[in-house]
Write a protein that binds this ligand. Structure first.
Ligand SMILES: [Zn+2]
Length: 398
C-alpha cells in the first residue's frame, strides 16, 4: 500500500475530497488536509497556520508520493514550497492536472488545453510557446553562468506556474528578475505567481498601476468594453483564461525597477539588452536582445494598435519602429504570439510591410493605387492577411 499526501490550496476542497475517495478505493493510504480554511471560510491565527504547515510537512515526510491538486493549473506559494520540499526528499510528485485532461478543468470552464511544453531555442534560451486558445504569449528564460532572467510573466498565475514548473526540471542558475515587454494583461497577470522583482519601462509601471485599481468581474469587464476602455477580444480571453474562482487570483504587482531608454543586464557571460522602442501597439513596448545568441524578443511591438475601433498602424511610426529593430543584428526574431523566425523569413516579411507603409504614404492613402502597386511589387498572390494589414495602414494614415 502506498502512502499518498495531497498538497494544494485549501480552496479546492471538492477536488481534494474526490481524489481522496478515488485513491482510497484504489487501495492507497491517503493523507489530505485537516481542514479547508478557504473553502469553508474559516479564519485561523498565524500560530495555527504555522502549525498547519508543520503538520503538513510531517505528512510529506511520511508519504511515498505527493499529489498536487493544481486545479486549473493553479499552484500557490505554500504549495510550491511543499513541492520543492517533497522533491528534496526524493518523493514522487504527481499532478492532478496530469491525471486526466478533463479533471483539472471540469469545474472551471471546461477548457481542455493543448499540451504546452518548454522548448529549447538555443544554448541560453528556453521558452514556452504561445497558445492561441486563451491568448497566452511566449514566456522565455534566458540564462548566463550566474543568473536567469525571465521574459514576461504570463496571462495568469496558472500560466506562470506552468512555465516555472517546466523550468524546474532544467538545471538553470537562479532566476532573479522578470523583464516585462509591455503592460497588456496577457504579459503581466502571472507576475504575482512569479514572486520576483520585475523590471519594465517607466510607462509600463504607470499603466500597471492603473490596472491595479480595476475590478475584473464579468460585469466590470463588460462595462469597460461598453465604455471603450477595454476591447471585447481581451475581455473574452480573460474570462476564458480565468474562469470562476480563478478570477480572484488577479493581483497586479507593479514592477520593482524601471528604466526609460536602454538597460543592459549581465547574466554571466550572457548579456541582455532591454531597449524601449514604443510603436502603435503599446507606447511602452521594449525589445529584449540576447547579444551572445543574437536573439531578439520583440514582444508585441510589431502588432497594430488594437485599443481602438479600427485597428491601425501609423505608416510613419511603423517605419521608424522598423529602423530601431533593424539596428539589432539579430539572427532569430521572436514575436510574442507566433513561432520564432530565422532572419531570412523575418526580413522578407518586414520588407513587404515596409513597402506597404511606404506605398500608403506615397499614394496618400488611395487604396486602389496602393493595391495595384503592391501586387506588382510583391510578385505573388495577394492574400487576405495582406488585405487586413493594408487596411490597418490605411486606418492609421487617415
Ligand atoms: Zn500586447
Amino acid at each position: 500500500m502506498r502512502i499518498i499526501t495531497l498538497c494544494g490550496s485549501t480552496r479546492f476542497k471538492k477536488q481534494f475530497r474526490e481524489v481522496e475517495a478515488t485513491l482510497t478505493l484504489q487501495g492507497n493510504i491517503v493523507q489530505s488536509l485537516g481542514f479547508f480554511e478557504q473553502s469553508d471560510g474559516m479564519i485561523i491565527t498565524s500560530e495555527q497556520e504555522a502549525l498547519f504547515e508543520r503538520i503538513h510537512a510531517k505528512k510529506i515526510d511520511m508519504a511515498d508520493e505527493i499529489l498536487v491538486i493544481d486545479v486549473g493549473g493553479y499552484i500557490g506559494k505554500s504549495t510550491a514550497k511543499e513541492i520543492a520540499y517533497a522533491k528534496q526528499l526524493g518523493k514522487t510528485v504527481r499532478y492532478y492536472s496530469d491525471l486526466s485532461p478533463h479533471a483539472a478543468h471540469s469545474e472551471l470552464g471546461d477548457q481542455v488545453r493543448e499540451k504546452q511544453e518548454i522548448v529549447r531555442l538555443n544554448d541560453h534560451v528556453l521558452y514556452l510557446p504561445a497558445s492561441h486558445e486563451t491568448d497566452r504569449p511566449i514566456l522565455a528564460a534566458i540564462s548566463g553562468t550566474s543568473r536567469t532572467l525571465i521574459m514576461d510573466a504570463g496571462n495568469s498565475p496558472a500560466h506562470a506556474a506552468l512555465f516555472l514548473r517546466g523550468l524546474s526540471v532544467y538545471d538553470l542558475p537562479r532566476t532573479e528578475l522578470i523583464a516585462l515587454t509591455h503592460w497588456h494583461w496577457d504579459h503581466i497577470f502571472g507576475l504575482s505567481q512569479m514572486n520576483l522583482p520585475a523590471i519594465a519601462h517607466v510607462r509600463t509601471k504607470f499603466e500597471m498601476e492603473k490596472l491595479a485599481e480595476m475590478a475584473w468581474s464579468d460585469a466590470a469587464l463588460d462595462q469597460r468594453v461598453e465604455e471603450g476602455i477595454e476591447i471585447s477580444f481581451c475581455a473574452e480571453m480573460i474570462k476564458k483564461e480565468l474562469p470562476g474562482l480563478l478570477r480572484n487570483e488577479i493581483s497586479i504587482v507593479p514592477p520593482t525597477l524601471v528604466f526609460e531608454d536602454r538597460l543592459e543586464i549581465d547574466l554571466g557571460q550572457v548579456t541582455c539588452i532591454l531597449q524601449h522602442v514604443g510603436g502603435d501597439h503599446a507606447q511602452d513596448s521594449i525589445v529584449l536582445y540576447v547579444k551572445e545568441t543574437k536573439t531578439l524578443f520583440l514582444g508585441d511591438c510589431l502588432a497594430p494598435d488594437i485599443y481602438t475601433r479600427d485597428w491601425n498602424y501609423s505608416p510613419a511610426a511603423f517605419l521608424e519602429l522598423l529602423s530601431k529593430i533593424e539596428a539589432f543584428d539579430a539572427d532569430t526574431y521572436v514575436e510574442s504570439h507566433s513561432a520564432p523566425m530565422p532572419k531570412s523569413q523575418f526580413q522578407r516579411e518586414m520588407n513587404e510591410m515596409k513597402q506597404m507603409a511606404q506605398a500608403v504614404m506615397q499614394n496618400r492613402g488611395d487604396k486602389n493605387t496602393v493595391h495595384d502597386h503592391l501586387t506588382e511589387a510583391f510578385n505573388r498572390e495577394w492574400t487576405q492577411t495582406d488585405d487586413e494589414l493594408l487596411d490597418y495602414f490605411l486606418n492609421g494614415y487617415r
